[in-house]
Design a protein around this ligand. Structure first.
Ligand code: SAH
Ligand code: SF4
Ligand code: F3S
Length: 464
């Protein structure tokens, strides 16, 4: 066991005692998560520690004794949303002065944001960043035992601390980091600055974690990394590529479904296609962000692939795996984007016929290369392009989903919705299907027939 891990378990024990002594009733916590799957995973680690030391989870941040905001800074609107929420908590803080409000995550890796919080929201008691999240127990202990504020952000990772507590949000599915950080420095993106360089986890640690999840009833695993295709490049003691780890995980006994996110086109290796095609567990869905269809923009974005290379990958995937679902991310209004560049993006989307497209208006992030570029695009132009893009995406989704009507497929029931009369299930290809409730439960796998298509989801019926 690493020293850092032993130390944290000692703090967990100390916290258990102090929580028992300090609170008359079981205190509550609420972790509010912004951003991507990595943050969702980090929040599960925070929740795991909080629960282990004696707090119970509630969803009302106003009522909770501890609220932790796990932040994202990838686009500016994520920042604005956070400050709105923290401002709203002021009243509940002054009603309960023992309330602990904390902020962590990517935004706190930016010095200017920490300064802003200090000045504007003095009632925030703890701040930590992405690199010292594993020290949460220690930081919380300092705050509770000494009744003081702790603001601790470090600017580099220390080591990967394995096997800290974790409380999965869902009983039937969970994300598992295979790596942390990113080396790519796409010119618009803040992630490499707030998450550091790529660090791959040891394959055995990944496998052990997944086996444990499966033992606890998890059916679907999603392997997580900002660029999963470069998994293993930095491993010193072993040789293991993304394809290797994908194969190993896909063969773990008891696993029903395996997904992974996110693939980067520059590192996407063609031999992966065969692995996905032959596997019973790997889902027939690939999320492959293209960002733009213009070579000029792709080059300026530092994406390191061309439109032609991207289309070549897609053609290979489609010709090898029938009915595979392909999704992507697009940024609209990147500096210097002309009408022609944007039309290239629209054209690429029409050629590929993505099942779904996550669309983002370019957001200027201080510290990135693109922020310093000339040629920022006016908001009204960006909005117009964005609306045009959505229209195209919707038309394609409409056409694609109609092709699936009548098909039978397996769905993993994830949720209950619409006045509790419908199950929400996820298909292998990542589409959602709504169907009337039966005696089955969340987490069960059922066969469904797809009856109606609604752009990005289906309505169906269970086949009994
Ligand atoms: N590592 C992943 C994506 C992480 S961020 C990848 O490379 O694909 C998720 C998405 O947010 C990106 O794919 C991009 O489309 C979008 N994004 C990142 N920075 C952005 C910015 N400054 N403005 C608008 N969208 C951005
Ligand atoms: Fe950001 Fe690019 Fe890294 Fe993705 S690959 S996280 S977009 S820098
Ligand atoms: Fe946001 Fe950090 Fe993820 S900036 S997108 S939460 S890595």
């Amino acid at each position: 066991m690493s020293d850092l891990k032993i130390e944290q378990y000692e703090y967990i024990e100390k916290l258990k005692r102090i929580v028992k002594n300090n609170y008359l009733e079981t205190p509550s916590f609420c972790v509010v998560t912004f951003g991507c799957q990595m943050n969702a995973k980090d929040s599960e680690k925070l929740a795991g520690i909080l629960e282990l030391v004696g707090f119970r989870e509630i969803i009302d941040e106003n009522a909770a004794d501890i609220v932790i905001f796990n932040t994202c800074t990838v686009r500016e609107n994520a920042n604005n949303r956070l400050y709105g929420r923290i401002g709203q908590l002021k009243t509940s803080f002054y009603k309960n002065e023992n309330k602990i409000i904390g902020i962590c995550g990517c935004m706190m890796q930016e010095k200017s944001e920490v300064e802003y919080v200090k000045k504007k929201y003095p009632y925030v008691k703890l701040i930590f960043g992405t690199f010292n999240l594993f020290k949460f127990a220690e930081i919380l202990y300092e705050v509770i035992s000494k009744d003081k504020k702790v603001y601790e952000v470090i600017d580099k990772p220390i080591e990967i601390v394995e096997n800290l507590p974790m409380k999965n949000k869902y009983s039937f599915k969970c994300g598992v980091n295979i790596m942390y950080g990113c080396n790519n420095f796409c010119s618009y993106c803040i992630v490499p600055y707030v998450r550091g360089r790529e660090r791959s986890r040891n394959a055995d640690d990944i496998i052990d974690e997944i086996k444990l999840h499966i033992k606890n009833g998890v059916k679907e695993i999603m392997l997580l990394g900002q660029n999963v295709n470069s998994y293993g490049n930095d491993l010193k003691d072993e040789k293991c590529s993304f394809k290797d780890i994908l194969l190993r995980v896909s063969n773990i006994e008891g696993l029903y479904r395996l997904r992974f996110m996110t693939s980067h086109p520059k590192d996407f290796s063609y031999d992966l296609i065969d692995v996905i095609k032959k596997s019973k567990t790997i889902c027939k869905h690939i999320h492959l962000p293209v960002q733009s269809g213009s070579n000029k923009i792709l080059n300026s974005m530092n994406r390191k692939y061309t439109r032609e290379h991207y289309l070549d990958i897609i053609n290979h995937i489609k010709s090898e795996i029938e009915n595979i679902s392909i999704t992507t991310d697009i940024i609209v209004g990147y500096p210097t984007e002309t009408e022609d560049d944007f039309n290239d993006t629209i054209d690429l989307i029409k050629q590929v016929e993505f099942d779904s497209v996550f669309t983002f208006k370019y957001s200027k992030r201080e510290g990135t290369k693109a922020a310093l570029m000339d040629g920022h695009i006016a908001d009204d132009i960006v909005s117009k392009r964005f609306d045009r893009l959505l229209e195209v995406v919707r038309e394609i989704a409409d056409k694609k989903t109609k092709q699936y009507i009548g098909i039978e497929s397996e769905a993993l029931i994830e949720d209950i919705e619409i006045d509790k009369k419908m199950f929400v299930g996820r298909l292998d290809n990542n589409y959602l299907v709504y169907f009337p409730m039966s005696k089955k439960n969340i987490g069960d796998v059922v066969r469904v027939r797809l009856k109606e298509a609604h752009n990005f989801y289906f309505v169906g019926e269970e086949i009994v």
